[in-house]
Design a protein around this ligand. Structure first.
Ligand SMILES: Cc1cc2nc3c(=O)[nH]c(=O)nc-3n(C[C@H](O)[C@H](O)[C@H](O)COP(=O)(O)OP(=O)(O)OC[C@H]3O[C@@H](n4cnc5c(N)ncnc54)[C@H](O)[C@@H]3O)c2cc1C
Length: 379
């Protein structure tokens, strides 16, 4: 069987769907191919947290702003609920407060404000939170439920944009203009490979050159605490981890204190993100372990460290775990993402920093637009 398209996208994670959207909006006939019948990778295992504030200064921050705008635009049309908006970062330690104050002097402070505990209390129930010195309030973010959002996005791409999907189909080989799959041949003028953390499948030599490894993360869903969080919550540990804060000189002082006090959490890459779903349950994480091939086992001691971080910032939200899972994403020490034309008309794009939900739509737009020369032949 031979199927012909203008554009073939490998991978129905957020990065692949972002490329599919950009190509479909350009009027092209698009097929998305994935070895799974529906998204099962990083794109449904994450927080669904589209984060602007805290992204690395410069390109990533700009990409996140654009991607956030795309999410906000398409979510109503695609039937995707925005479950929370904005972000609150609690500063418990004076060193964390200093990081936030420094952040507020940068251009990234646009749309953000520092708030006293009283000002926060005027906006939300703070009785479940540990005492804090100040909080950063950001207006940019939005949060979707990824396990619902990704299928809804795929359905919308199919129904609204005519994108074809070939699920349960593994791409075995890729040449210019042609894919060999486990269900036959597909031809396309342009091919976008968005295979995420699959390091040993398509173009492993390209991934090796970009020093791509995998990052393993542990996540928990906690029972409804009976309180409502209008925004996702982060705290001190995140300020030493998210580049937009961590690259500020003040973050080194915070990191030094955290090393003394919470070295065990830092060793496991633990910091706190807590988001809330429509049913009141909380998604809480996460940890970070880097390896070419991390093991698939969920460690109880690491879960306990995540819960320790939760208790220190949000003791009133410490409810029983109702789900636990592991996620993996592609990671590189070289750069937060890359795109490369690996063969004429074949483009491989990988987000290598754990921010694909926050930047994927902007990256897809950029990569598809840059491939314009190839796409002209298909039009
Ligand atoms: C626990 C966790 C929390 C995270 N939190 C956030 C967050 O809050 N905010 C944020 O912005 N990002 C977050 N991320 C990162 C984000 O989820 C990823 O950057 C993003 O999902 C990567 O998308 P992707 O499409 O590249 O990969 P994936 O979602 O993994 O999709 C890749 C797809 O390619 C398919 N595939 C690969 N090879 C082949 C082949 N040969 N043939 C057919 N199909 C193939 C796979 O089956 C898979 O469906 C988190 C990640 C994890 C794991």
């Amino acid at each position: 069987m031979l199927s012909r398209y203008d554009v073939a996208v490998v991978g129905m994670g957020i990065v692949g769907l972002a490329h599919a959207l950009a190509a479909a909006r350009a009027g092209l006939k698009v097929v998305v191919i994935d070895r799974e019948p529906a998204a099962r990778g990083a794109s449904i295992r994450n927080f669904g947290f589209v984060t602007v504030t805290g992204q690395a200064r410069g390109e990533m921050w700009g990409l996140a702003r654009r991607a956030r705008d795309v999410w906000a635009e398409i979510a109503p049309a695609a039937g995707i609920a925005v479950e929370q908006s904005g972000l609150t970062v609690l500063a418990h330690r004076p060193e964390a407060q200093a990081v936030l104050e420094a952040f507020m002097t940068t251009e990234m402070a646009e749309g953000c404000a520092l708030m006293s505990p009283q000002a926060v209390a005027d906006r939300m129930d703070v009785t479940g939170l540990a005492p804090f010195r100040t909080a950063l309030s950001s207006t940019h973010e939005l949060r979707v439920e990824p396990r619902l959002a990704l299928p809804a996005l795929a359905t919308w791409l199919r129904d609204r944009w005519g994108v074809a999907f070939m699920g349960a189909t593994t791409v075995l080989n890729c040449e210019t203009g042609r894919l060999s799959t486990s269900r036959g041949e597909v031809t396309a003028e342009a091919i976008f490979i968005c295979s995420g953390d699959d390091l040993n499948g398509l173009f492993p030599e390209v991934l090796a050159r970009h020093q791509v490894q995998r990052c393993k993360l542990q996540m928990l869903r906690l029972a409804d605490p009976g309180r409502r969080l209008p925004t996702p919550i982060m705290a001190d540990l995140s300020l030493a981890r998210y580049e937009g804060y961590a690259a500020l000189p003040e973050a080194q002082i915070l990191l030094g204190r955290l090393r003394e006090e919470r070295g065990g959490l830092l060793d496991q890459g633990v910091h706190l993100i807590a988001v809330q779903s429509a049913d009141g349950s909380l998604v809480v994480g996460d940890s970070h372990e880097y390896d070419a091939s991390p093991d698939p086992f969920q460690r109880r001691d690491v879960d306990e460290l995540i819960l320790q971080a939760l208790r220190e910032s949000m003791p009133g939200y410490d409810t029983p775990a109702i789900e636990r899972w592991i996620g993996f994403y592609a990671w590189s020490p070289l750069h937060p993402w890359f795109t490369e034309e690996v063969l004429p008309g074949v483009h491989m794009t990988v987000v290598t920093c754990g921010a694909g939900m926050s930047t994927g739509f902007a990256i897809g737009e950029r990569v598809v637009a840059a491939a314009n020369v190839s796409l002209k032949g298909a039009a």
